[in-house]
Design a protein around this ligand. Structure first.
Ligand SMILES: N[C@@H](CCC(=O)N[C@@H](CS)C(=O)NCC(=O)O)C(=O)O
Length: 222
């Protein structure tokens, strides 16, 4: 029975995909066994599997559960939380807190990801402005976190899952932007270390060095 359950869930992803790490983190937190099918994003054309399972966006991650696809990383995390609901919930029970967790996860996608992409792809003044903006967004998230252990309070939850993959890029911010993340965002760095004590995070997040190395290749930067 255990073997049958192991192939019931598949994640199609690339190891350094910040969005895809969320899906894998959620499954690890819930202790759901899954098969990992690697889609190499360095290859320009998307595989038949991705075209078939996500014909609208042709993007990863994709969760395939009993043959049916679920697309969009935050959507996947919510799906995993609902289907495997007997394990501790990732989304808060309180509707207002749940709405806020979704709001800030969307902020990560809209603001943090966008500023990070501009930081890596631009030059000169534009690059410096993107880094300043990125740090501003991270400081705003520090105000949300405050002195709590995790974004949802005492337990690791939805917003932690949504944001922690980006911490694997902090080394890249330091190397490429010349910033000292500990000095710029001490509250967030404390949280990153706390998250790093979790088995799920240790298993899923690549090292900052590996993450930066592959993104230098993606963005063709020094
Ligand atoms: N909003 C989507 C974003 C997914 C996304 O943009 N994935 C990118 C990788 S970061 C992708 O698969 N791109 C396809 C390609 O580059 O061909 C999510 O949260 O899952």
């Amino acid at each position: 029975m255990a073997a049958a359950a192991a192939v019931e869930v598949t994640v199609v992803d690339f190891w350094c995909n910040e969005f895809g790490m969320r899906a894998r983190l959620a499954l690890r937190e819930k202790r759901v066994p899954f098969e990992f099918v690697e889609e190499d994003l360095r290859v320009r054309e998307r595989s038949d599997l991705v075209r078939r399972m996500n014909p609208v966006h042709r993007a990863i991650p994709i969760l395939i559960h009993a043959g049916r696809p679920v697309c969009g990383s935050l959507n996947i995390v919510e799906y995993v939380d609902e289907v495997w609901s007997k394990t501790p919930r990732l989304l808060p029970a309180d509707p207002l807190e749940r709405a806020n967790a979704r709001f800030w996860a969307d902020f990560v996608d809209q603001k943090v990801y966008d500023a990070q992409a501009r930081f890596f792809t631009s030059r000169g003044e534009e690059k410096a402005a993107a880094m300043a903006e990125l740090l501003g967004h991270l400081r705003r998230l520090e105000e949300v976190l405050r002195d709590r252990p995790f974004f949802g309070g005492d337990e690791f939850g939805f917003l932690d899952v949504a944001l922690v993959p980006f911490s694997a890029m902090f080394y890249g911010y330091e190397r490429h932007g010349g910033v000292d993340m500990e000095a710029e965002c001490p509250v967030l760095l404390r949280w990153v270390r706390r998250c790093g004590e979790r088995e799920s995070v240790r298993d899923v997040l690549p090292s900052g060095q590996d993450m930066y190395a592959i993104h230098k290749e993606f963005y063709q930067i020094e």
